[in-house]
Ligand binder design. Structure first.
Ligand SMILES: [Zn+2]
Length: 278
């Protein structure tokens, strides 16, 4: 629906009222279904404002498909109608060794568990995929100080320390194992494999039409940081849930510096309460 002179464009398919662009009268946007497609492009390039992040993500992916595949307008429109963009919850390394009493305990690491569990519940309600990564190191790894690396021995395959925190709700989640090779630091789950299948995380996200990630877990200044930077590099929209992460802080301020770096790279910080508004 179009209104002349500073009105609004109503995109029926999205069901969202958007600010109207100031098109010339002869603009091709004013003809039949072409209007919707061009409006999608403007959403993608942020010409419109005032729409929610979820809608923007939906539209960006639709526009990319419509343009990249050089389809006719009609086919492009039909395809856009079938594309669904989704949010996923990523839980990074909430394992015993990173919690109190563990081999590489993150201060207050276990405090993220109830916050994340509430987000898992939210994800189930919204049908968001949930992915949980685990460090899963061999006993001899160059990741460890004993073998030329940085860290004390932690999260060795088959040990209690490598298991998820017992109160973390991981029922039905997709599990990513990382750091499994003897030379592999495994900071980012994007460099790991899905347990059992050996497939990679990015393929899994694409297959599930995920383009927005809520990132939580341990530790802010290492594996969370690596996860967020890889997700952004892969083109995802990233929300860093600030009350669902904790830092190692080897040097005081490392956690805050990592947050600054992630936000500078394009991540947005939100609280777990705000995540309910996505
Ligand atoms: Zn590790």
């Amino acid at each position: 629906m179009r209104e002349n002179g500073g009105g609004t464009v109503l995109v029926w398919r999205l069901g969202v009222r958007l600010p109207r662009d100031d098109h010339p009268e002869a603009c091709r946007c004013f003809t039949s279904h072409r209007q919707q497609i061009d409006c999608e492009h403007k959403i993608a390039t942020n010409w419109h404002t005032g729409f929610s992040v979820q809608e923007r993500a939906y539209s960006r992916r639709s526009a990319v498909r419509a343009t990249e595949e050089h389809r006719s307008d009609w086919v492009a429109q039909r395809e856009m109608e079938t594309v669904v963009s989704r949010t996923a919850l990523l839980i990074v390394d909430v394992q015993n060794d990173f919690c109190s009493g563990g081999a590489l305990a993150v201060p207050e690491g276990e405090d993220v568990v109830p916050v994340i569990n509430r987000l898992v519940e939210l994800a189930r309600q919204r049908d968001w995929p949930v992915i949980a990564s685990r460090d899963d190191h061999p006993a001899e790894s160059r990741h460890f100080a004993d073998y030329g690396g940085t860290w004390p021995v932690h999260c060795v395959t088959g040990t209690e320390g490598a298991q998820f925190h017992p109160e973390l709700d991981v029922e039905g989640v997709t599990e990513i194992l990382k750091g499994t090779g003897p030379d592999d630091d495994g900071y980012s789950p994007f460099r790991g494999q899905i347990a059992g299948s050996g497939r990679d995380l990015e393929s899994h996200l694409r297959e599930n039409d995920v383009d927005t990630l809520l990132v939580t877990g341990l530790a802010t200044d290492y594996c969370v940081r690596a996860s967020v930077l890889d997700a952004l590099a892969n083109g995802h929209q990233v929300y860093l849930v600030e009350d669902a992460i904790r830092a190692v802080d080897v040097q005081p301020g490392d956690g805050q510096r990592a947050i600054d770096e992630m936000t500078k790279a394009g991540a947005q910080t939100i609280t777990s309460d705000q995540a309910r508004g996505l």
